[in-house]
Structure formats: C-alpha cells, structure tokens
Design a protein around this ligand. Sequence first.
Ligand code: SF4
Length: 356
Amino acid sequence: MSELFEKIIDNFRISKDEASYLLSNLSTLELGQLATKRKNMIDSSNNVSFVVDTNPNYTNICDTECLFCAFWRKKGHSDSYTLEIDKIIEIVKTSYHNGATTVLLQGGHNPDIKLDYYLEIINRVQKEIPGIHLHAFSAPEVASIAKYSDLDTKKILKLFWDSGLRTIPGGGAEVLTNNIRKKISPLKINADEWMKITEEAHQIGFKTTATMMFGHAEKDEDIIEHLDKIRDLQDRTKNFLSFIPWTFKPENTFMENKISAEIGGDRYLRVLGLCRIFLDNFKYIQGSWFTQGFKVGGVSLHYGANDVGGTLLQENVLKSANNPYKAGIDEIVHVIKSEGFKPIQRDTFYNKIKDY
Ligand code: SF4
C-alpha cells in the first residue's frame, strides 16, 4: 500500500490493477487526499473554472431509445419536437445577450433531419452570432448523421470542420464497455465506434471533451476500462480538453425500477478521485454540481476537480429526469469561493475570460 501511495505522490502512472485496488481499499478521504495531490501536480493554481453556456436540444425524436434516457420521444408523440433553425438561432442570440460564450448543442437521432440542417446551423451561428462558440454534435450524433446521409463518419466530421466547427462534446460515452452498453443502450454505437469517431475527430483537429455517466449497470472494472481507453487516446492525440464524470439520473427512464437507488455523494466522490489519479494526462476534470447538487459539487473540488462546467442556461435532457439543479454565475462563484478556490470564467478551450 505505501509503495502505491509513493508511486502516486511521485507522479507515476498507475495501472488498471492498481486503480482497482485503490477503489476497493482506500477510504473516501484517502482517495480525496491523493486526488488533490495529483491535481496539484498537473495544475498548481488555486483556480476553479466554469463556463457560461446554454444547452438547447434541437430535437427529442430519437430512434436509439436508450434505456437510461428520459428525454427521447418517438416520431409523432405529442411531446416530440424538432426546432426550426431560426428558432435555434433565436435561442443562441438570447443566450449570447445573457452572457453565454458557449452553446452546447446536442439532440436525438432523428432520421428525418438532413445533413444540410446541421451544416446550416454551424454556418449561421458563426455568421449571425460570432461572439458565441458552437460546441456541438457528439460522436453518436455524428454516427447517426452519417448513417442517414449515406456517408462515413470521417466525411461528416470533415464537412463539419470545413464549415467551421472546432469542438465536439464528449457525450454518449456513458461507460465505454460493450457489455454495459448492451444493457443500457443496445441500439447506440458501441464503445469501439465511440472511440473510433472521437479519434477521427482528433485527427482532423477537433478538440473534444470526454464524459462518463455511471451509477447504473457498471462495475468498478467497467469504470477502469473506460478510463484506460480515454487515457490511451489522450496519450496519442492530446485533443481531449477535459474529462467529465457524472451520475445517472433514473427518474422517468426505463431503468428507474431496475436500480435500487440513485448514486450518492460518497460513491461519486470516490470515482471522481480515482479519475483524477488515473487520468494523469488531463489538466481539467469537471466536478458535477449539476447531477450531485451544490454541496457535493463543492466537495468535488477536494477530490481532484478543477472545473465545474457550465451554467447550462437552457437544459432539457436531465430536466426530463426531474433533475432539480440549476445555477447562475453568482451561485457557482459562491460555491467555488466557499471551498477556498478562485473562480475563473473560461471559454470552451479553457482560456480565461474573467476573474471573480
Ligand atoms: S441518450 Fe441520446 S441517443 Fe440515447 S435515447 Fe437519449 S437522445 Fe437518444
């Protein structure tokens, strides 16, 4: 045990077996202490960043029907919608005037939406609201757009790049092992495809984030496998901007009655701490006030998180699962300061915009 502690404190990479040992045997407090030491080796500042963003969803019609998702609707359902491009532009304009610098745009896999729709959004946001950065279309959306356009994913990514898109959200990763994906999202792209599309994006030049949604069917070994795949790709491309672990919200999903309880703060913090210790090639790891609330979100800053993500001015996916958490800049700044850190407003590329 002390040898492993020394290895971590001396900034050496840990193996999957060592990660498994840490998650099974360390106290939550010990994981937090080691995660904080690792964080300080990568980022010695006292800064904790956040972004002012909005997260509209262009459609909730989706043919992928993930069992963990409360957001999707079948085509023709009374609640189903697809936003006109003019409406998306109006939402982005309003968010920009309310201070947003990033629009995180994602949606369901809707076979009726044509490729031109996505390209026009990319073009019009840049032309009509040049002060805002479009961070859009996760790997599973790229796969779906490719499928319904009869093109390959690399071609779609290239068309997005040539239209001016520069960053892609790391959504749809959930847990990157195929046995878990079969249980929670059997119709979605598998782990290998998610990795392939993300690597294609990195090769073209896109920066992306990486996410992990846990607290459903996975075991420790699935989490560690996920982290290992992400660490390996980051070694090769260095184009992940940050890692964003967050927890499953079961309400209103098909899995609601299949899990005994929503994941609590202790398990969340343990996994977050492990992410920081394992992912020695990530500068930014995000704490999740959004799924864990402000109290645990604040504590996450003592478990290796040095970013708290976005204000999410407009968000629908977790709202569909009755997620109660919402925040403005004042609340985020207050949480960061009350934990003893310095709040920094950042852009999508993690460049500083403003001190608080
Ligand atoms: S998570 Fe995404 S792909 Fe899965 S059902 Fe929901 S909207 Fe569709």
